[in-house]
Design a protein around this ligand. Sequence first.
Ligand SMILES: O=C(O)c1ccc[n+]([C@@H]2O[C@H](COP(=O)([O-])O)[C@@H](O)[C@H]2O)c1
Ligand SMILES: Cc1cc2nc[nH]c2cc1C
Length: 358
Amino acid sequence: MTLAATSLLSTTLHAVRPVDEQVRIAAQQRQAQLTKPEGSLGLLEAIGNQLAAIHGAVPAPVPSHGVLGVFAADHGVYDQGITPWPQEVTVQMLVNICYGGASVNALAPETGTQVWPIDVGVAAPVPDAPGLRRMRVRSGSDDFTRGPAMSRDEARTGLEAGISVAQEAVAGGADILLTGEVGLGNTTVAAAVIAAMTGSDPAATTGRGAGADEAMLARKVDAVHRAIAVNRPDPADPLGVLSQVGGLDIAGMAGLMIGGAAAGVPVVLDGVISCAAALIAVGLAPEVRGYLFAGHNGREPGIRVALDALGLPALVDLGLRLGEGSGALVALPIVRSGARILKDMATFAEAGVSGKSA
Ligand SMILES: O=C(O)c1ccc[n+]([C@@H]2O[C@H](COP(=O)([O-])O)[C@@H](O)[C@H]2O)c1
Ligand SMILES: Cc1cc2nc[nH]c2cc1C
């Protein structure tokens, strides 16, 4: 990888420390002393143990200051007829989020999470709107069926935008970050990134997105095949994959993950576009994986392909296919529940409850 030694990306990648596996073992040992049959709280126990390994002590505090970064971008592959929606929905939904009318605005108060809308690469002008962060790297990407979506430099700048968002959130008191996006056509982009990073057949990573019919689905799969044939992405070069067959929403979310991990803060993933970003982030720095929680398994088949490759279990499965960060927000109470179990339950000795007899 050719990165300037002093770039924000390279310094942040180097700052990511592996989570503490000794602390994870100590957390497992404490789980065995709590007043429940060991393992009876399933994934909640693993979540508590992972939060402790991230925090570096048992128990970890309950994450209570969430920031959801919603990265909006457009995609040149839109021109291939791969989504039933007009492209201007990207900017319209970004503005809707700024004014509080989107799904994420409805869900965020449940956990007191702040929603940060970010223009990282929208094609059209975005009007002034409350809370909008302007971090545009370029106005939409190029059509990756004809060549690279963007330059390596633009991909790096998109990653650095996400890192900056993570740094600002953590400096302001965030103790957990969530990923979200808006970008018409981005389920095709995510499918290409997941196929490129995992070596999977595009038919296995491509889904119906925001409502493709059978013919449109076939066009999406064909577009992903052509993107890979034209660009020949190399999974050993994640920045190359991101620039060739990725997008700026994916870059921003991958940067948020890297920045969160470097700051020692857990990150909750959303749907298929987040999962594609996670493959890029973990490809750039494998230690990032220890900081990630897979929010949900949704309708897009690429989610399962990506999460299997990452080895991350999905926390909820509600058949979601919206994006924005909706699934990450729904999963956050489950992450918090895992923290509470390890922190607040009494041990058998404390509560005077008899242990297992055989
Ligand atoms: O997160 C997901 O898994 C997901 C699944 C289907 C659709 N989306 C959202 O819908 C848009 C992309 O859908 P499409 O069909 O235009 O590729 C984009 O704005 C995403 O936020 C998101
Ligand atoms: C209406 C609509 C809302 C969205 N939110 C995220 N992606 C979206 C795509 C569409 C089409």
